[in-house]
Design a protein around this ligand. Structure first.
Ligand SMILES: C[S@@+](CC[C@H](N)C(=O)[O-])C[C@H]1O[C@@H](n2cnc3c(N)ncnc32)[C@H](O)[C@@H]1O
Length: 193
């Protein structure tokens, strides 16, 4: 696996903003290599299996430790698909890099069910871009990786790290609407553990 990502000039609305390699490399190291990047660019090589648009990561089963930096034009669909894969037990963890659009419905539906949220200090410069991103970023973590001390330590160094151990406060109503039958308190890492 190489860490070389050929980047793209970022424009608002552009789906091709590759993750800065120096930002994700410590996470790759911490999880011992991602198993899957379901929304890979043609040039990215961040996981053992990199699924590009041609193959369609939204109709591919996810597995193992997943790195997700989705096309921002469809972030809700990606978080929804990831949520379904996670709740059916198909993946060990998902680490997702998305814009911290805290006013959006998708943020409130999905970010609130994560185990960790790291609001990144400053603005990332996506690979190949001379400019910083037009919005702040947040890294969301579901599953095993949230209990990985190396992941926690790294994210803690990158911004405001929130452990959502009390997400069952208010989260049950949201879960009921999109994941009937899932008990928020029984999700690994919840405050009931
Ligand atoms: C924001 S970029 C991130 C690339 C890479 N995951 C990374 O972290 O650097 C999102 C990528 O998803 C790709 N993409 C768009 N639709 C896709 C689909 N249905 N399946 C897989 N990849 C897709 C785009 O071509 C784009 O390169």
């Amino acid at each position: 696996m190489t860490f070389e990502a050929v980047g793209h000039v970022y424009e608002e609305g552009d789906d091709k903003h590759d993750t800065p390699v120096e930002f994700v490399a410590p996470l790759i190291e911490a999880v011992g290599g991602f198993d899957l990047d379901p929304s890979a660019s043609q040039s990215s090589d961040l996981a053992e299996r990199n699924v590009t648009k041609d193959e369609d990561g939204l109709s591919t089963p996810w597995h193992g430790d997943v790195w997700l930096n989705p096309p921002y034009s469809g972030v809700s669909d990606w978080l929804e698909y990831g949520r379904d894969e996670y709740y059916r037990g198909a993946v060990d963890s998902i680490i997702a890099l998305v814009f911290a659009r805290t006013s959006t419905q998708w943020f409130h539906n999905h970010a609130t069910t994560a185990d960790l949220a790291c609001f990144v200090e400053g603005r990332l410069s996506f690979a190949g871009s001379d400019h910083s991103a037009p919005a702040p970023s947040v890294v969301l973590v579901w599953g095993d990786a949230a209990g990985n001390p190396d992941v926690v330590e790294y994210l803690d160094s990158q911004g405001f790290l929130v452990e959502l151990r009390d997400r069952d406060v208010g989260a049950q109503d949201r879960l009921d609407s999109f994941a009937p039958g899932v008990n928020a308190r029984e999700i690994p890492g919840s405050s009931a553990d």
